[in-house]
Ligand binder design. Structure first.
Ligand SMILES: [Zn+2]
Length: 119
């Protein structure tokens, strides 16, 4: 698989997502099949789905997750703070942690220490 094939695949995934969002209200089944096709293209071309797209598609049934329509979004403060997205079609849940992955703690601590000494 060369570079241009991946670019073509990315464009097709983008188009399929646009079409799915347009057709969801009128025909959810068609939107679902668009998303399944997008998923298959991404897998065949070995490209990662962008997070913006990955979070809008149910991992179990490939439904377009529209908050308030096809999905329920809840913020959970317990254990690690996270967002739970529930698919209202199949009931599967996806957890998205709210903690950023790479924190620059050492630098912040150093800055705080400097501030304290200057006072
Ligand atoms: Zn689902």
């Amino acid at each position: 698989m060369n570079f241009t094939a991946k670019q073509v695949a990315r464009r097709r995934v983008h188009i399929l997502f646009e079409q799915a969002t347009c057709t969801y209200e009128a025909n959810p089944e068609l939107a679902q099949s668009y998303l399944l096709t997008a998923k298959k293209i991404a897998m065949a071309a070995r490209i990662r789905m962008p997070p913006a797209y990955r979070r809008r598609i149910c991992r179990q049934c490939n439904t377009l997750l529209v908050p308030g329509q096809s999905s329920r979004v809840r913020i959970k403060p317990r254990r690690e703070p996270h967002v739970v997205v529930t698919c209202l079609r199949c009931g599967s849940q996806t957890r998205i942690p709210l903690k950023p992955k790479n924190k620059e703690k050492p630098q912040i601590e150093q800055n705080n220490f400097k501030d304290e000494t200057s006072r």
